[in-house]
Design a protein. Structure first.
Length: 455
């Protein structure tokens, strides 16, 4: 997977509701008489008209009417000392009627008045993070991350109780780390840093909370761990895929289980033991320090087992022989080669390149997929032009036309960015066995039994 499309799992996020505490500020009582400043808990509005407009706006029962009245108040009294309180109510009102564009506008205006207002920062991050996940727009993702980083450094507001501050930060900080992780993944393609932010987020949840609030980002973390590169860690990917599978609704289980099984089998070799991991992942968000998955045997180990279990190595299929010569240890490859050297063999495969003197053929599936010759057949005698095969022609075994040669040398070719490790096997004294024509059998003459005379 060369490009991580985090939007592909955003649907799961929709079921993981964001649980926010009651963040609405306690609206201070307004009075037309002189009183202390707004932040002290009471508001002093000396102008009766302004006071009446404030009362009318803040007491509207219909949310849309309230939002309109609050906007009108701010337009009419742009320098009002209650501007901050009105903006706070406006943010909450727009959130209540699910108008994110206007909510973001009100939150932005709140931050102009109060740059460290954590609620305004939080709501802005929530909206921009959602836009980032839907559009993958780098600038939107960066904006959400910048606000999230700012939110993590905001000091506790004067006059706010420790308990209220804890409620606010418990709601805000996981979302801030989630926004930073999404930006690393989508905008910067830095999946290792994304993993760190997702882990920081999930650490802020209890195990029970992470079943819901943290479930979507557990899936994001699993996906990040599964990607090739410096951050790839398939055992961790398996754990978090299992964790999500444990608590996802049935419709999502069907989407997650193939990924879980694929990466587990890729690392472990088979599905033995996966059910135990599913059970363990249901208990805790993070795997214990003792968690490990036994890796599958290496190709050379599997080859060694194959040779040990095959009494007559000459009976191996040609592609299996090539695999042994390509991926086996030197001892195992040499053991097989000692039996093959100077022996004649058919070479079924697809022609990659051909001249009158040399035919290069891809025999194994990997070689065919990469369009690379793993068998090179030097012909015993030059072929007539009419017999030189075209690129793409496939030699098969008799009775089809069959390419034959005698094993001469082999070389192990290390893996590259475009091809897996392989063996280049050279054969000498090549020749083409013509296609055997199936004899045409003529039907035997029919024998007619004389008709029985009738009476």
């Amino acid at each position: 997977m060369k490009k991580l499309v985090f939007a592909s799992v955003m649907a799961l996020a929709s079921m993981s509701l964001v649980y926010l505490p009651a963040l609405q500020a306690q609206a201070p009582a307004a009075t037309p008489a002189a009183a202390p400043a707004q932040d002290s808990g009471t508001i002093s509005i000396k102008d009766p008209a302004e006071y009446n407009a404030y009362q009318m706006a803040t007491t509207q029962s219909d949310p849309k009417a309230k939002a309109a009245a609050l906007e009108t108040f701010l337009t009419t009294y742009p320098q009002s000392q209650v501007k901050k309180a009105v903006l706070d109510m406006l943010v909450d009102t727009y959130q209540g009627i699910n108008d994110p564009d206007k909510e973001l506008s009100a939150a932005s205006r709140m931050m102009q008045v109060d740059p460290t207002n954590l609620k305004a920062i939080l709501y802005s991050v929530l909206i921009k993070k959602g836009q980032c996940g839907k559009t993958s727009d780098a600038q939107t993702c960066d904006d959400a991350a910048a606000l999230a980083q700012k939110g993590l450094s905001v000091p506790k507001a004067a006059g706010l109780s420790d308990d209220d501050w804890k409620k606010l930060t418990n709601a805000a900080y996981p979302i801030f780390h989630s926004a930073l992780a999404l930006d690393f993944a989508i905008s910067k393609k830095d999946y290792k840093s994304a993993e760190g932010e997702y882990k920081s987020e999930l650490m802020l949840y209890t195990d029970d909370q992470s079943k819901i609030q943290g479930l979507a980002d557990s899936l994001q973390l699993a996906t990040a761990f599964s990607l090739p590169g410096a951050g790839q860690d398939l055992p961790q990917a398996v754990w978090f895929f299992a964790r999500v599978w444990d608590f996802a609704p049935a419709a999502y289980k069907a989407q997650i289980e193939p990924k879980l099984e694929y990466y587990y089998k890729k690392y472990h070799g088979n599905l033995d033991g996966l059910d135990a991991i599913k059970t363990a992942a249901a208990a805790t968000t993070f795997p214990p320090g003792t968690f490990k998955i036994d890796p599958a045997k290496t190709p050379s180990e599997q080859i060694h087992d194959l040779l040990a279990a095959t009494p007559d190595l000459t009976t191996l299929a040609l592609a299996d022989k090539e695999t042994v010569l390509a991926m086996g240890t030197k001892d195992d490859a040499d053991k097989l080669w000692a039996l093959l050297k100077d022996k004649e063999t058919p070479v079924p495969g697809i022609v990659i390149e051909a001249t009158a003197s040399v035919i290069k053929v891809a025999v194994t599936q990997d070689a065919k997929d990469a369009k690379i010759a793993d068998f090179i057949v030097n012909m015993k005698a030059p072929l007539p032009d009419k017999d030189i095969p075209a690129v793409g022609f496939e030699y098969k075994l008799q009775p089809a036309a069959e390419l034959n040669g005698t094993y001469d040398t082999y070389t192990q070719i290390p893996a590259t960015d475009t091809a897996a490790q392989r063996a280049e096997i050279v054969l000498r004294d090549g020749f083409i066995q013509p296609e055997k024509k199936t004899p045409v059998h003529k039907p035997s003459p029919a024998h007619h039994t004389p008709a029985t005379p009738t009476h």
